[in-house]
Ligand binder design. Structure first.
Ligand code: SF4
Ligand code: SF4
Ligand code: F3S
Length: 373
């Protein structure tokens, strides 16, 4: 990017340094499986966009956890990026106007941005008894969804409630909680499941749309492949223990304290697709994700697993044979663990190489800036 572009960038984004912004875009590129150099292209697309993409965010049967998770992302200046990257025209929790004014803002945005705005939905949609179990401003959530979706460019269903039905759809599903894609069938719907989902999977999807003018590649369940193409079990830090047959059998037992595999406590990592084990939560770099802190994955992001299969039920194993980099599960305990850890090291090295590439981009920017002083 030319320096003049960065002047435009600082006008475009409030309180975000050039260095932080490039670092942010480069990390997002790596997270989406794009070459690290694509960070510059993403930054350029955001800078040059004539208008920030308008977003209308609807909430139905939800707990606000998805929005909270987005707001808790602590990457430097992320809150600025959320507010500056998109034009958030309507959000029940974050909008400044309330009541009639908020509803007018939604109607005005639909009118002005016909066919161009992104519709984000969190929460499931109740259909029982004509949808009366979730009403906003005197209208049912299902009517508001249909009315808003009619004119949108695409829909992002954020969180397991909007993507699969989530908590409200657990047996006996008293309100007939229904996911968005089963109601709106004539618009592209991207599912970003998780309870809550990782905020970076949502932000990466929006950035991809801003940069390339299209949605990222999706799997057959409508999830971005960059985030949901691998089982949690494939990249789990406890995987060497699984392969060596070392399991915790009760919460707080010796094996649990030693960090052994949680499969026998009902971990659903072997049947859940998500990037929690590699991306983690909260930007702490301290292993902050369910399995990392000793709780089995309960399959929150997998339709039909989380909220439907009891926590204590053992997961179905789709990949009984471990990857080549791991020892066979039948190997004796204590043997081959070094090789297992080697497998993890390979994955870690790959991730490390990507982040080293990001750091080299940032270093280059710093040097360029120093050279200009
Ligand atoms: Fe809350 Fe989870 Fe539903 Fe998001 S997916 S609204 S965090 S219950
Ligand atoms: Fe990790 Fe769970 Fe797989 Fe064990 S079963 S390796 S804890 S994902
Ligand atoms: Fe959910 Fe399992 Fe990740 S419970 S947050 S998919 S580790």
């Amino acid at each position: 990017m030319k320096n003049t572009d960065f002047k435009a960038l600082s006008n475009h984004l409030s309180g975000v340094s050039r260095r932080d912004f490039m670092k942010y875009c480069s990390i997002m590129a790596v997270g989406m499986g794009l070459p690290v150099g694509m960070g510059a292209q993403i930054a350029e697309a955001v800078t040059k966009a004539a208008k920030r993409p308008p977003v209308i965010w609807l909430s139905a049967q939800e707990c606000t956890g998805c929005s909270e998770s987005l707001l808790r992302a602590t990457h430097p200046s992320l809150e600025h990026l959320i507010l500056d990257l998109i034009s958030l025209d309507y959000h029940e929790t974050l909008s400044t106007p309330s009541g009639h004014q908020a509803e007018e803002a939604r109607a005005a945005s639909i009118k002005e941005n016909k066919g161009k705005f992104i519709l984000v939905v969190d929460g499931s949609i109740p259909l029982k008894d004509n949808g009366i179990y979730c009403m906003i401003a005197g209208k049912t959530a299902v009517d508001i969804l249909k009315e808003t979706a009619k004119d949108c460019a695409a829909i992002i269903s954020i969180g397991s409630c909007a993507a699969w039905g989530g908590v409200p759809s657990a047996d006996p599903n008293p309100t007939e909680a229904t996911p968005v894609y089963k109601i709106i069938k004539d618009k592209p719907v991207v599912n970003i499941p998780g309870c809550p989902p990782n905020p970076y999977n949502f932000l990466s999807t929006v950035l991809y749309f801003v940069t390339f003018g299209k949605l990222p590649e999706l799997d057959n369940l409508g999830r971005p492949k960059f985030a949901y193409s691998r089982l949690i079990h494939e990249n789990c830090e406890r995987r060497p223990h699984f392969d060596a047959g070392r399991f915790a059998t009760a919460f707080g037992d010796d094996n649990h304290r030693k960090g052994y595999c949680l499969y026998k406590l009902g971990c659903k990592g072997p049947e859940t697709f998500n990037n929690c084990s590699t991306l983690q939560f909260g930007d702490t770099g301290a292993g902050t994700w369910p399995v990392g802190i000793g709780h089995p994955c309960f399959g929150c992001s997998e339709g039909g697993v989380g909220f439907h299969i009891p926590l204590f039920t053992k997961a179905s194993l789709h990949m009984v044979t471990p990857p080549d980099t791991y020892p066979h599960i039948a190997e004796g305990q204590g043997k081959g663990v070094g090789a297992s850890l080697g497998g993890v090291a390979v994955a870690a090295a790959a991730a490390g190489a990507a982040y080293a590439a990001v750091n080299s981009v940032v270093k280059k920017l710093d040097n360029e800036e120093k050279g200009k002083k």
